[in-house]
Design a protein around this ligand. Structure first.
Ligand SMILES: NC(=O)c1ccc[n+]([C@@H]2O[C@H](COP(=O)([O-])OP(=O)(O)OC[C@H]3O[C@@H](n4cnc5c(N)ncnc54)[C@H](O)[C@@H]3O)[C@@H](O)[C@H]2O)c1
Length: 596
Protein backbone atom coordinates (compact mmCIF):
# COMPACT_ATOMS: atom_id res chain seq x y z
CA UNK A 1 0.00 0.00 0.00
CA UNK A 2 1.39 3.36 -1.00
CA UNK A 3 1.74 5.91 1.74
CA UNK A 4 -1.04 8.51 2.14
CA UNK A 5 0.09 12.09 1.77
CA UNK A 6 -2.57 14.32 3.29
CA UNK A 7 -0.43 17.34 4.13
CA UNK A 8 2.78 18.43 2.45
CA UNK A 9 5.12 21.31 3.19
CA UNK A 10 6.83 23.54 0.63
CA UNK A 11 9.86 25.59 1.68
CA UNK A 12 10.64 28.66 -0.42
CA UNK A 13 7.86 30.25 -2.49
CA UNK A 14 9.88 31.68 -5.37
CA UNK A 15 9.62 30.81 -9.04
CA UNK A 16 9.33 27.08 -8.37
CA UNK A 17 7.97 26.86 -4.83
CA UNK A 18 4.82 28.89 -5.52
CA UNK A 19 4.07 26.69 -8.54
CA UNK A 20 4.64 23.51 -6.52
CA UNK A 21 2.21 24.71 -3.85
CA UNK A 22 -0.38 25.18 -6.60
CA UNK A 23 0.19 21.68 -7.98
CA UNK A 24 -0.49 20.05 -4.61
CA UNK A 25 -3.42 22.27 -3.63
CA UNK A 26 -5.06 21.76 -7.02
CA UNK A 27 -4.96 18.03 -6.41
CA UNK A 28 -6.74 18.19 -3.07
CA UNK A 29 -3.68 18.01 -0.85
CA UNK A 30 -3.27 20.40 2.10
CA UNK A 31 -0.12 22.48 1.93
CA UNK A 32 1.92 24.30 4.53
CA UNK A 33 3.78 26.96 2.54
CA UNK A 34 6.83 28.35 4.28
CA UNK A 35 9.04 31.36 3.62
CA UNK A 36 11.91 33.07 5.38
CA UNK A 37 10.14 36.39 6.16
CA UNK A 38 6.73 38.06 6.05
CA UNK A 39 7.50 40.08 2.88
CA UNK A 40 8.74 36.93 1.08
CA UNK A 41 5.62 35.11 2.24
CA UNK A 42 3.44 37.88 0.82
CA UNK A 43 5.28 37.67 -2.51
CA UNK A 44 4.70 33.91 -2.59
CA UNK A 45 1.01 34.35 -1.80
CA UNK A 46 0.70 37.01 -4.52
CA UNK A 47 2.35 34.69 -7.06
CA UNK A 48 -0.09 31.89 -6.22
CA UNK A 49 -3.06 34.28 -6.41
CA UNK A 50 -1.95 35.71 -9.75
CA UNK A 51 -1.42 32.25 -11.22
CA UNK A 52 -4.79 30.86 -10.09
CA UNK A 53 -6.58 34.05 -11.17
CA UNK A 54 -5.01 33.65 -14.61
CA UNK A 55 -6.26 30.04 -14.70
CA UNK A 56 -9.78 31.22 -13.83
CA UNK A 57 -9.64 34.00 -16.45
CA UNK A 58 -8.58 31.46 -19.07
CA UNK A 59 -11.45 29.18 -18.09
CA UNK A 60 -9.10 26.45 -16.90
CA UNK A 61 -10.20 26.59 -13.27
CA UNK A 62 -13.63 27.28 -11.79
CA UNK A 63 -13.76 30.22 -9.37
CA UNK A 64 -15.12 27.93 -6.64
CA UNK A 65 -12.22 25.49 -7.17
CA UNK A 66 -9.78 28.36 -6.92
CA UNK A 67 -11.26 29.37 -3.57
CA UNK A 68 -11.13 25.78 -2.33
CA UNK A 69 -7.54 25.56 -3.54
CA UNK A 70 -6.58 28.63 -1.50
CA UNK A 71 -8.27 27.25 1.57
CA UNK A 72 -6.01 24.22 1.44
CA UNK A 73 -2.88 26.40 1.70
CA UNK A 74 -1.65 27.52 5.08
CA UNK A 75 1.10 30.17 4.91
CA UNK A 76 3.76 30.48 7.61
CA UNK A 77 7.16 31.98 8.31
CA UNK A 78 9.80 29.53 9.54
CA UNK A 79 10.29 25.78 9.35
CA UNK A 80 8.67 24.83 12.70
CA UNK A 81 5.26 25.14 10.99
CA UNK A 82 6.13 21.89 9.20
CA UNK A 83 6.04 19.74 12.35
CA UNK A 84 3.19 17.48 11.24
CA UNK A 85 3.42 17.22 7.44
CA UNK A 86 3.97 13.89 5.63
CA UNK A 87 6.37 15.25 3.04
CA UNK A 88 8.39 18.44 2.57
CA UNK A 89 9.61 19.81 -0.73
CA UNK A 90 12.38 22.31 -0.44
CA UNK A 91 12.67 24.97 -3.18
CA UNK A 92 15.09 27.55 -1.80
CA UNK A 93 17.95 29.03 -3.86
CA UNK A 94 20.45 26.64 -5.40
CA UNK A 95 23.19 26.73 -2.71
CA UNK A 96 24.41 23.53 -1.10
CA UNK A 97 25.19 25.05 2.32
CA UNK A 98 21.75 26.70 2.52
CA UNK A 99 19.97 23.48 1.54
CA UNK A 100 22.05 21.44 4.01
CA UNK A 101 21.16 23.84 6.82
CA UNK A 102 17.49 23.64 5.93
CA UNK A 103 17.54 19.85 5.79
CA UNK A 104 19.28 19.63 9.16
CA UNK A 105 16.52 21.77 10.65
CA UNK A 106 13.74 19.92 8.81
CA UNK A 107 15.17 16.72 10.28
CA UNK A 108 14.71 18.22 13.74
CA UNK A 109 11.22 19.68 13.30
CA UNK A 110 9.49 17.09 11.08
CA UNK A 111 7.96 13.83 12.21
CA UNK A 112 10.44 10.94 12.04
CA UNK A 113 8.53 9.21 9.23
CA UNK A 114 8.20 12.32 7.04
CA UNK A 115 9.89 12.23 3.63
CA UNK A 116 12.22 15.15 2.93
CA UNK A 117 12.53 16.09 -0.74
CA UNK A 118 14.56 18.68 -2.59
CA UNK A 119 13.66 20.37 -5.86
CA UNK A 120 17.33 21.01 -6.62
CA UNK A 121 18.23 21.12 -10.30
CA UNK A 122 21.91 20.34 -10.09
CA UNK A 123 23.14 19.83 -6.53
CA UNK A 124 23.87 16.39 -5.13
CA UNK A 125 20.79 14.98 -3.39
CA UNK A 126 23.19 12.65 -1.59
CA UNK A 127 25.17 15.54 -0.12
CA UNK A 128 21.95 17.24 0.95
CA UNK A 129 20.69 13.99 2.53
CA UNK A 130 23.70 13.51 4.79
CA UNK A 131 22.81 16.71 6.63
CA UNK A 132 19.94 14.70 8.16
CA UNK A 133 19.78 11.62 10.37
CA UNK A 134 17.41 9.99 7.84
CA UNK A 135 19.19 9.96 4.47
CA UNK A 136 17.13 6.94 3.44
CA UNK A 137 14.03 9.20 3.53
CA UNK A 138 15.60 11.95 1.43
CA UNK A 139 14.83 12.12 -2.28
CA UNK A 140 14.88 14.55 -5.20
CA UNK A 141 11.53 15.61 -6.67
CA UNK A 142 12.47 17.87 -9.55
CA UNK A 143 9.54 19.79 -11.00
CA UNK A 144 9.75 21.81 -14.20
CA UNK A 145 8.96 25.45 -14.73
CA UNK A 146 6.10 26.39 -14.70
CA UNK A 147 5.26 23.57 -12.29
CA UNK A 148 1.45 23.65 -12.80
CA UNK A 149 1.92 23.26 -16.56
CA UNK A 150 4.87 20.96 -17.22
CA UNK A 151 4.01 17.27 -16.97
CA UNK A 152 7.41 15.87 -16.08
CA UNK A 153 8.86 15.17 -12.67
CA UNK A 154 12.34 13.74 -12.26
CA UNK A 155 12.45 11.53 -9.18
CA UNK A 156 16.04 11.31 -7.98
CA UNK A 157 17.06 8.44 -5.74
CA UNK A 158 20.42 8.31 -4.03
CA UNK A 159 22.23 5.10 -3.16
CA UNK A 160 20.61 5.19 0.28
CA UNK A 161 17.06 6.30 -0.57
CA UNK A 162 14.79 3.45 0.49
CA UNK A 163 12.90 1.73 -2.34
CA UNK A 164 9.59 2.23 -0.45
CA UNK A 165 10.16 5.97 -0.37
CA UNK A 166 10.86 5.94 -4.13
CA UNK A 167 7.66 3.94 -4.75
CA UNK A 168 5.60 6.26 -2.52
CA UNK A 169 6.87 9.35 -4.33
CA UNK A 170 6.23 7.77 -7.74
CA UNK A 171 2.64 7.04 -6.70
CA UNK A 172 2.29 10.62 -5.49
CA UNK A 173 3.48 11.95 -8.86
CA UNK A 174 0.83 9.87 -10.58
CA UNK A 175 -1.80 11.29 -8.23
CA UNK A 176 -0.66 14.79 -9.22
CA UNK A 177 -1.18 13.88 -12.88
CA UNK A 178 2.55 14.03 -13.58
CA UNK A 179 4.75 11.65 -15.52
CA UNK A 180 7.84 10.68 -13.59
CA UNK A 181 11.21 9.38 -14.64
CA UNK A 182 13.21 7.85 -11.82
CA UNK A 183 16.95 8.30 -12.07
CA UNK A 184 20.14 8.27 -10.06
CA UNK A 185 21.79 11.28 -8.51
CA UNK A 186 23.89 12.94 -11.21
CA UNK A 187 24.50 16.63 -11.95
CA UNK A 188 21.61 18.02 -13.98
CA UNK A 189 19.71 14.70 -14.00
CA UNK A 190 18.31 14.18 -17.51
CA UNK A 191 16.72 17.39 -18.71
CA UNK A 192 19.04 20.01 -17.28
CA UNK A 193 22.13 18.03 -18.23
CA UNK A 194 20.91 18.28 -21.83
CA UNK A 195 19.46 21.77 -21.59
CA UNK A 196 22.00 23.95 -19.84
CA UNK A 197 24.94 23.49 -22.22
CA UNK A 198 22.58 24.70 -24.94
CA UNK A 199 21.31 27.65 -22.89
CA UNK A 200 24.83 28.73 -21.96
CA UNK A 201 25.90 28.50 -25.61
CA UNK A 202 22.98 30.73 -26.62
CA UNK A 203 24.04 33.28 -23.98
CA UNK A 204 27.57 33.18 -25.43
CA UNK A 205 26.10 33.96 -28.87
CA UNK A 206 24.29 36.98 -27.42
CA UNK A 207 27.34 38.09 -25.49
CA UNK A 208 29.58 38.02 -28.57
CA UNK A 209 26.92 39.79 -30.70
CA UNK A 210 26.95 36.80 -33.02
CA UNK A 211 23.21 37.36 -33.35
CA UNK A 212 20.58 39.55 -31.68
CA UNK A 213 18.54 38.15 -28.76
CA UNK A 214 15.30 38.21 -30.81
CA UNK A 215 17.02 36.37 -33.65
CA UNK A 216 18.53 33.67 -31.43
CA UNK A 217 15.14 33.03 -29.86
CA UNK A 218 13.22 33.15 -33.15
CA UNK A 219 15.72 30.74 -34.72
CA UNK A 220 15.12 28.03 -32.11
CA UNK A 221 11.37 28.54 -31.99
CA UNK A 222 10.83 28.58 -35.74
CA UNK A 223 13.69 26.29 -36.73
CA UNK A 224 13.09 23.58 -34.11
CA UNK A 225 9.51 24.17 -32.98
CA UNK A 226 10.54 24.86 -29.38
CA UNK A 227 7.94 26.56 -27.18
CA UNK A 228 10.31 29.40 -26.38
CA UNK A 229 13.77 30.58 -27.34
CA UNK A 230 16.78 29.99 -25.07
CA UNK A 231 17.14 33.56 -23.83
CA UNK A 232 13.44 33.93 -23.04
CA UNK A 233 13.76 30.60 -21.21
CA UNK A 234 16.73 31.90 -19.21
CA UNK A 235 14.55 34.83 -18.14
CA UNK A 236 11.81 32.42 -17.07
CA UNK A 237 14.20 30.19 -15.12
CA UNK A 238 15.82 33.18 -13.43
CA UNK A 239 19.39 34.20 -14.23
CA UNK A 240 20.60 33.75 -10.65
CA UNK A 241 19.19 30.22 -10.54
CA UNK A 242 20.58 29.46 -14.01
CA UNK A 243 23.99 30.75 -12.96
CA UNK A 244 24.06 28.52 -9.89
CA UNK A 245 22.90 25.49 -11.88
CA UNK A 246 25.60 26.02 -14.51
CA UNK A 247 28.25 26.59 -11.88
CA UNK A 248 27.31 23.39 -10.03
CA UNK A 249 27.11 21.40 -13.23
CA UNK A 250 30.55 22.64 -14.24
CA UNK A 251 32.04 21.57 -10.94
CA UNK A 252 30.13 18.31 -10.55
CA UNK A 253 29.87 17.29 -14.18
CA UNK A 254 33.51 16.84 -15.12
CA UNK A 255 34.41 20.51 -15.67
CA UNK A 256 32.90 20.62 -19.14
CA UNK A 257 33.74 24.13 -20.35
CA UNK A 258 30.32 24.39 -21.95
CA UNK A 259 28.86 24.59 -18.45
CA UNK A 260 31.21 27.30 -17.23
CA UNK A 261 28.74 30.18 -16.90
CA UNK A 262 29.27 32.78 -19.63
CA UNK A 263 30.68 35.96 -17.94
CA UNK A 264 27.70 38.03 -19.09
CA UNK A 265 25.45 35.95 -16.81
CA UNK A 266 27.36 36.83 -13.68
CA UNK A 267 27.35 40.50 -14.68
CA UNK A 268 23.61 40.48 -15.22
CA UNK A 269 22.99 38.78 -11.87
CA UNK A 270 25.24 41.29 -10.10
CA UNK A 271 23.36 44.11 -11.80
CA UNK A 272 20.05 42.71 -10.52
CA UNK A 273 18.86 41.64 -13.98
CA UNK A 274 17.44 38.28 -12.91
CA UNK A 275 14.87 37.75 -15.64
CA UNK A 276 11.09 37.90 -15.34
CA UNK A 277 11.09 37.87 -11.57
CA UNK A 278 12.99 41.19 -11.41
CA UNK A 279 11.25 42.63 -14.48
CA UNK A 280 14.41 42.62 -16.53
CA UNK A 281 16.85 40.03 -17.87
CA UNK A 282 17.65 39.43 -21.51
CA UNK A 283 14.33 41.17 -22.16
CA UNK A 284 12.41 43.86 -20.31
CA UNK A 285 9.01 42.99 -18.81
CA UNK A 286 5.98 45.09 -17.99
CA UNK A 287 6.72 44.71 -14.28
CA UNK A 288 8.49 42.19 -12.02
CA UNK A 289 6.90 38.76 -12.38
CA UNK A 290 5.05 39.64 -15.57
CA UNK A 291 5.41 37.46 -18.67
CA UNK A 292 4.70 40.46 -20.95
CA UNK A 293 7.76 41.73 -22.84
CA UNK A 294 7.92 45.48 -23.47
CA UNK A 295 10.24 47.26 -25.92
CA UNK A 296 13.57 48.56 -24.62
CA UNK A 297 16.66 50.15 -26.15
CA UNK A 298 17.77 46.83 -27.67
CA UNK A 299 14.43 46.18 -29.40
CA UNK A 300 14.94 46.31 -33.16
CA UNK A 301 12.87 48.89 -35.05
CA UNK A 302 9.68 47.67 -36.72
CA UNK A 303 10.34 45.69 -39.87
CA UNK A 304 9.35 48.38 -42.39
CA UNK A 305 11.69 50.95 -40.86
CA UNK A 306 14.55 48.47 -40.79
CA UNK A 307 13.83 47.49 -44.35
CA UNK A 308 14.10 51.03 -45.56
CA UNK A 309 17.62 50.87 -44.18
CA UNK A 310 19.44 50.51 -47.50
CA UNK A 311 17.64 47.42 -48.77
CA UNK A 312 17.78 47.14 -52.55
CA UNK A 313 14.69 46.56 -54.66
CA UNK A 314 14.36 42.96 -55.81
CA UNK A 315 11.98 41.93 -58.58
CA UNK A 316 13.73 39.15 -60.46
CA UNK A 317 15.43 36.23 -58.77
CA UNK A 318 17.70 33.50 -60.13
CA UNK A 319 17.76 30.11 -58.44
CA UNK A 320 20.61 27.76 -59.35
CA UNK A 321 20.28 24.04 -58.67
CA UNK A 322 17.84 21.18 -59.13
CA UNK A 323 17.63 19.43 -55.77
CA UNK A 324 15.05 19.48 -52.97
CA UNK A 325 16.11 22.87 -51.66
CA UNK A 326 16.28 24.58 -55.07
CA UNK A 327 12.84 23.21 -55.95
CA UNK A 328 11.31 24.49 -52.72
CA UNK A 329 12.99 27.88 -53.05
CA UNK A 330 11.77 28.37 -56.63
CA UNK A 331 8.22 27.69 -55.42
CA UNK A 332 8.55 30.07 -52.47
CA UNK A 333 9.75 32.98 -54.62
CA UNK A 334 7.27 32.41 -57.42
CA UNK A 335 4.36 32.20 -54.97
CA UNK A 336 5.47 35.45 -53.34
CA UNK A 337 5.21 37.26 -56.70
CA UNK A 338 8.85 37.35 -57.80
CA UNK A 339 9.87 36.63 -61.35
CA UNK A 340 12.09 33.55 -61.12
CA UNK A 341 14.78 32.24 -63.45
CA UNK A 342 15.60 28.63 -62.64
CA UNK A 343 18.96 27.43 -63.88
CA UNK A 344 19.82 23.73 -63.88
CA UNK A 345 22.44 21.68 -65.69
CA UNK A 346 20.14 20.58 -68.53
CA UNK A 347 16.63 20.49 -70.00
CA UNK A 348 15.94 17.11 -68.45
CA UNK A 349 16.69 18.38 -64.96
CA UNK A 350 14.64 21.52 -65.59
CA UNK A 351 11.68 19.37 -66.62
CA UNK A 352 11.98 17.38 -63.38
CA UNK A 353 12.17 20.48 -61.21
CA UNK A 354 9.23 22.01 -63.09
CA UNK A 355 7.21 18.85 -62.47
CA UNK A 356 8.10 18.89 -58.75
CA UNK A 357 7.10 22.55 -58.38
CA UNK A 358 3.80 21.87 -60.17
CA UNK A 359 3.07 18.86 -57.94
CA UNK A 360 3.75 20.87 -54.82
CA UNK A 361 1.61 23.82 -55.95
CA UNK A 362 -1.18 21.42 -56.91
CA UNK A 363 -1.11 19.98 -53.40
CA UNK A 364 -1.73 23.51 -52.16
CA UNK A 365 -4.75 23.78 -54.46
CA UNK A 366 -6.15 20.39 -53.37
CA UNK A 367 -5.78 21.40 -49.72
CA UNK A 368 -7.59 24.64 -50.41
CA UNK A 369 -4.56 26.73 -49.48
CA UNK A 370 -3.92 28.11 -52.95
CA UNK A 371 -6.36 29.32 -55.61
CA UNK A 372 -5.96 27.74 -59.05
CA UNK A 373 -5.41 31.16 -60.57
CA UNK A 374 -2.61 31.86 -58.10
CA UNK A 375 -0.99 28.54 -58.91
CA UNK A 376 -1.08 29.36 -62.61
CA UNK A 377 0.26 32.84 -62.00
CA UNK A 378 3.11 31.45 -59.90
CA UNK A 379 4.02 28.94 -62.61
CA UNK A 380 3.80 31.68 -65.21
CA UNK A 381 6.43 33.69 -63.32
CA UNK A 382 9.05 30.95 -63.61
CA UNK A 383 11.32 30.61 -66.63
CA UNK A 384 13.49 27.53 -67.10
CA UNK A 385 17.04 27.66 -68.33
CA UNK A 386 20.15 25.53 -68.58
CA UNK A 387 22.62 28.38 -68.81
CA UNK A 388 23.83 30.90 -66.27
CA UNK A 389 23.80 33.58 -68.97
CA UNK A 390 20.11 34.05 -68.29
CA UNK A 391 21.03 35.47 -64.90
CA UNK A 392 22.52 38.63 -66.43
CA UNK A 393 19.59 40.83 -65.39
CA UNK A 394 18.35 39.28 -62.12
CA UNK A 395 18.48 41.28 -58.85
CA UNK A 396 19.23 38.33 -56.55
CA UNK A 397 20.74 34.91 -57.12
CA UNK A 398 20.11 32.05 -54.71
CA UNK A 399 22.53 29.18 -55.15
CA UNK A 400 21.38 25.73 -54.01
CA UNK A 401 23.72 23.29 -55.74
CA UNK A 402 25.62 20.35 -54.22
CA UNK A 403 27.30 20.97 -50.84
CA UNK A 404 30.87 21.01 -52.18
CA UNK A 405 33.08 24.03 -51.79
CA UNK A 406 34.91 23.67 -55.13
CA UNK A 407 31.61 23.49 -57.03
CA UNK A 408 30.15 26.50 -55.23
CA UNK A 409 33.32 28.56 -55.67
CA UNK A 410 33.43 27.90 -59.41
CA UNK A 411 29.75 28.83 -59.67
CA UNK A 412 30.21 32.10 -57.78
CA UNK A 413 33.19 33.01 -59.99
CA UNK A 414 30.92 32.56 -63.02
CA UNK A 415 28.08 34.54 -61.44
CA UNK A 416 30.57 37.33 -60.78
CA UNK A 417 31.27 37.54 -64.51
CA UNK A 418 27.67 37.24 -65.65
CA UNK A 419 25.54 39.20 -63.16
CA UNK A 420 24.99 42.95 -63.26
CA UNK A 421 26.52 45.13 -60.53
CA UNK A 422 24.56 45.48 -57.28
CA UNK A 423 23.07 42.00 -57.38
CA UNK A 424 22.93 40.16 -54.08
CA UNK A 425 24.53 36.74 -54.41
CA UNK A 426 23.28 34.23 -51.86
CA UNK A 427 24.36 30.70 -51.01
CA UNK A 428 22.08 28.24 -49.20
CA UNK A 429 25.01 26.28 -47.78
CA UNK A 430 24.32 24.75 -44.39
CA UNK A 431 27.88 23.91 -43.47
CA UNK A 432 30.47 25.68 -45.64
CA UNK A 433 31.96 29.06 -44.71
CA UNK A 434 30.13 31.74 -46.71
CA UNK A 435 33.29 33.84 -46.83
CA UNK A 436 35.03 31.15 -48.94
CA UNK A 437 32.29 31.43 -51.51
CA UNK A 438 32.30 35.25 -51.30
CA UNK A 439 36.03 35.44 -51.97
CA UNK A 440 35.58 33.51 -55.22
CA UNK A 441 34.02 36.74 -56.52
CA UNK A 442 35.32 40.29 -56.94
CA UNK A 443 32.32 41.55 -54.94
CA UNK A 444 32.34 39.85 -51.53
CA UNK A 445 30.32 42.76 -50.05
CA UNK A 446 27.31 41.55 -52.03
CA UNK A 447 27.51 37.91 -50.91
CA UNK A 448 25.36 36.53 -48.08
CA UNK A 449 24.14 33.17 -46.86
CA UNK A 450 20.40 32.46 -47.12
CA UNK A 451 19.95 29.25 -45.18
CA UNK A 452 16.46 27.95 -45.88
CA UNK A 453 15.11 24.99 -43.92
CA UNK A 454 13.62 21.90 -45.45
CA UNK A 455 10.86 21.86 -46.71
CA UNK A 456 11.37 25.47 -47.82
CA UNK A 457 7.69 26.18 -48.65
CA UNK A 458 6.69 25.18 -45.10
CA UNK A 459 9.47 26.20 -42.73
CA UNK A 460 9.06 29.79 -41.52
CA UNK A 461 12.75 30.45 -40.80
CA UNK A 462 15.67 31.63 -42.92
CA UNK A 463 19.13 32.25 -41.47
CA UNK A 464 20.72 35.29 -43.10
CA UNK A 465 24.47 34.85 -42.82
CA UNK A 466 26.69 37.89 -43.07
CA UNK A 467 30.42 37.45 -43.48
CA UNK A 468 33.01 39.95 -42.32
CA UNK A 469 32.90 41.39 -45.86
CA UNK A 470 29.09 41.52 -46.32
CA UNK A 471 27.75 45.10 -46.67
CA UNK A 472 24.91 46.34 -44.46
CA UNK A 473 22.85 46.91 -47.63
CA UNK A 474 23.21 43.30 -48.75
CA UNK A 475 22.18 42.11 -45.26
CA UNK A 476 19.22 44.51 -45.21
CA UNK A 477 18.19 43.32 -48.68
CA UNK A 478 18.33 39.67 -47.64
CA UNK A 479 16.27 40.37 -44.56
CA UNK A 480 13.71 42.35 -46.56
CA UNK A 481 13.41 39.50 -49.05
CA UNK A 482 12.75 37.02 -46.24
CA UNK A 483 10.00 39.27 -44.91
CA UNK A 484 8.48 39.57 -48.39
CA UNK A 485 8.47 35.76 -48.59
CA UNK A 486 6.47 35.71 -45.35
CA UNK A 487 9.41 34.21 -43.47
CA UNK A 488 11.42 35.33 -40.49
CA UNK A 489 15.00 36.10 -41.43
CA UNK A 490 17.45 35.93 -38.55
CA UNK A 491 20.86 37.51 -39.04
CA UNK A 492 23.96 35.76 -37.75
CA UNK A 493 27.70 35.54 -38.22
CA UNK A 494 29.50 33.15 -40.53
CA UNK A 495 30.25 30.27 -38.21
CA UNK A 496 29.75 26.56 -38.50
CA UNK A 497 26.13 25.64 -37.85
CA UNK A 498 24.96 29.28 -37.89
CA UNK A 499 22.41 29.55 -35.06
CA UNK A 500 20.11 26.55 -35.24
CA UNK A 501 22.48 23.70 -36.00
CA UNK A 502 25.15 25.04 -33.67
CA UNK A 503 22.67 25.01 -30.80
CA UNK A 504 20.72 21.90 -31.76
CA UNK A 505 23.26 19.24 -32.69
CA UNK A 506 25.53 19.40 -29.62
CA UNK A 507 22.39 18.83 -27.54
CA UNK A 508 21.50 15.78 -29.64
CA UNK A 509 25.07 14.54 -29.31
CA UNK A 510 24.90 14.98 -25.54
CA UNK A 511 21.74 12.88 -25.46
CA UNK A 512 23.60 10.10 -27.29
CA UNK A 513 26.41 10.32 -24.73
CA UNK A 514 23.90 10.08 -21.91
CA UNK A 515 22.42 6.94 -23.45
CA UNK A 516 25.88 5.54 -24.05
CA UNK A 517 26.72 6.06 -20.37
CA UNK A 518 23.58 4.04 -19.49
CA UNK A 519 22.33 6.86 -17.28
CA UNK A 520 18.84 6.54 -18.74
CA UNK A 521 16.93 4.99 -21.63
CA UNK A 522 16.10 6.53 -25.02
CA UNK A 523 12.41 6.48 -24.05
CA UNK A 524 12.93 8.28 -20.74
CA UNK A 525 15.27 10.84 -22.29
CA UNK A 526 12.73 11.54 -25.05
CA UNK A 527 9.97 11.81 -22.44
CA UNK A 528 12.01 14.15 -20.29
CA UNK A 529 12.64 16.64 -23.08
CA UNK A 530 9.07 16.55 -24.35
CA UNK A 531 7.27 16.69 -21.02
CA UNK A 532 9.83 18.71 -19.05
CA UNK A 533 10.80 21.25 -21.69
CA UNK A 534 7.92 21.14 -24.18
CA UNK A 535 10.05 19.95 -27.10
CA UNK A 536 7.96 18.65 -30.01
CA UNK A 537 10.17 15.55 -30.32
CA UNK A 538 12.67 13.88 -28.05
CA UNK A 539 16.33 13.82 -29.15
CA UNK A 540 16.27 10.19 -30.32
CA UNK A 541 13.03 10.65 -32.26
CA UNK A 542 14.55 13.69 -33.93
CA UNK A 543 17.87 11.97 -34.69
CA UNK A 544 16.04 9.13 -36.42
CA UNK A 545 14.14 11.65 -38.54
CA UNK A 546 17.13 13.86 -39.39
CA UNK A 547 19.38 10.90 -40.15
CA UNK A 548 22.27 9.82 -37.99
CA UNK A 549 24.76 10.33 -40.82
CA UNK A 550 23.59 13.94 -41.26
CA UNK A 551 23.82 14.55 -37.51
CA UNK A 552 27.30 13.06 -37.38
CA UNK A 553 28.53 15.16 -40.32
CA UNK A 554 27.23 18.38 -38.75
CA UNK A 555 28.64 17.49 -35.35
CA UNK A 556 32.06 16.76 -36.90
CA UNK A 557 32.05 20.18 -38.62
CA UNK A 558 31.21 21.92 -35.37
CA UNK A 559 33.94 20.05 -33.56
CA UNK A 560 36.53 20.76 -36.25
CA UNK A 561 35.76 24.46 -36.42
CA UNK A 562 35.36 25.22 -32.72
CA UNK A 563 37.72 22.56 -31.27
CA UNK A 564 35.41 22.33 -28.30
CA UNK A 565 36.12 18.96 -26.62
CA UNK A 566 32.47 18.66 -25.57
CA UNK A 567 31.47 18.77 -29.26
CA UNK A 568 33.39 15.60 -30.16
CA UNK A 569 30.90 13.21 -31.78
CA UNK A 570 29.64 10.53 -29.39
CA UNK A 571 31.28 7.19 -30.21
CA UNK A 572 27.86 5.50 -30.22
CA UNK A 573 26.71 7.88 -32.97
CA UNK A 574 29.78 7.00 -35.05
CA UNK A 575 29.21 3.29 -34.53
CA UNK A 576 25.56 3.40 -35.53
CA UNK A 577 26.45 5.27 -38.71
CA UNK A 578 29.23 2.78 -39.49
CA UNK A 579 26.74 -0.04 -38.95
CA UNK A 580 24.37 1.54 -41.45
CA UNK A 581 21.73 2.40 -38.85
CA UNK A 582 20.93 5.87 -40.13
CA UNK A 583 17.39 6.34 -38.81
CA UNK A 584 14.01 6.12 -40.50
CA UNK A 585 15.48 6.18 -43.98
CA UNK A 586 17.21 2.82 -43.34
CA UNK A 587 14.35 1.62 -41.10
CA UNK A 588 16.67 1.46 -38.16
CA UNK A 589 18.45 4.08 -36.09
CA UNK A 590 18.07 4.47 -32.36
CA UNK A 591 14.80 2.65 -32.78
CA UNK A 592 13.62 -0.12 -35.06
CA UNK A 593 11.19 1.33 -37.65
CA UNK A 594 10.78 -1.80 -39.75
CA UNK A 595 7.27 -2.53 -38.49
CA UNK A 596 5.92 1.00 -38.72
N1 LIG B 1 13.74 28.29 -11.79
C1 LIG B 1 13.57 27.15 -12.40
O1 LIG B 1 13.23 27.11 -13.59
C2 LIG B 1 13.78 25.85 -11.65
C3 LIG B 1 13.26 24.67 -12.19
C4 LIG B 1 13.38 23.49 -11.46
C5 LIG B 1 14.02 23.49 -10.25
N2 LIG B 1 14.54 24.65 -9.74
C6 LIG B 1 15.20 24.59 -8.43
O2 LIG B 1 14.26 25.03 -7.46
C7 LIG B 1 14.93 25.65 -6.38
C8 LIG B 1 14.38 27.06 -6.20
O3 LIG B 1 14.65 27.83 -7.36
P1 LIG B 1 13.79 29.11 -7.74
O4 LIG B 1 14.14 29.45 -9.14
O5 LIG B 1 12.39 28.89 -7.38
O6 LIG B 1 14.44 30.20 -6.78
P2 LIG B 1 13.85 31.63 -6.33
O7 LIG B 1 15.03 32.47 -6.07
O8 LIG B 1 12.85 32.09 -7.33
O9 LIG B 1 13.06 31.30 -4.98
C9 LIG B 1 13.69 30.87 -3.81
C10 LIG B 1 12.80 31.24 -2.62
O10 LIG B 1 13.35 30.64 -1.44
C11 LIG B 1 13.14 31.55 -0.36
N3 LIG B 1 14.08 31.22 0.73
C12 LIG B 1 15.39 31.50 0.81
N4 LIG B 1 15.87 31.05 1.99
C13 LIG B 1 14.84 30.46 2.64
C14 LIG B 1 14.72 29.83 3.91
N5 LIG B 1 15.74 29.70 4.72
N6 LIG B 1 13.50 29.36 4.29
C15 LIG B 1 12.44 29.49 3.47
N7 LIG B 1 12.50 30.10 2.26
C16 LIG B 1 13.70 30.58 1.85
C17 LIG B 1 13.39 32.90 -1.00
O11 LIG B 1 12.80 33.93 -0.23
C18 LIG B 1 12.73 32.75 -2.37
O12 LIG B 1 11.39 33.14 -2.36
C19 LIG B 1 16.41 25.61 -6.73
O13 LIG B 1 16.99 24.51 -6.12
C20 LIG B 1 16.40 25.47 -8.23
O14 LIG B 1 17.55 24.87 -8.73
C21 LIG B 1 14.40 25.83 -10.42
Amino acid sequence: MAREFSTVGVVGLGTMGAGIVEVFARNGIDVVAVEISEPALERGRATLTASTDRAVAKGKLAAADRDALHERVHFAVGLPALHSVDLVIEAVPEHLDLKQRIFAELDRVCRPEAILATNTSSLSVTEISVATTRPNQVIGIHFFNPAPVMKLVEVVRTVVTSPEVVADVEALCARLGKVDVTINDRAGFIANALLFGYLNHAVAMAESHYAAREDIDAAMKLGCGLPMGPLALMDLIGLDTAYEILDTMYRRGGRDRRHAPVPLLKQMVTAGLLGRKSGRGFYTYERPGSPVVVPDEATPPATEAALADGARAIAKVGVVGSGTMATGIIEVFAKAGYEVVSVTRGAEKSAKVCEAVKTSLNKGVVRGKLAEADRDAALGRISWSATLDHLADVDLVVEAVVEELSVKKALFASLDEICKPGVVLATTTSSLPVIDVAMATQRPADVVGLHFFNPAPVMPLVEVVRTIRTSPEATATARAVCAALGKTGVVCGDRSGFIVNALLFPYLNDAVRMLEASYSTADDIDHAMKLGCGYPMGPFELLDVVGLDVALAIQRELYLELREPGFAPAPLLEHLVTAGYLGRKTRRGFRDHSHR
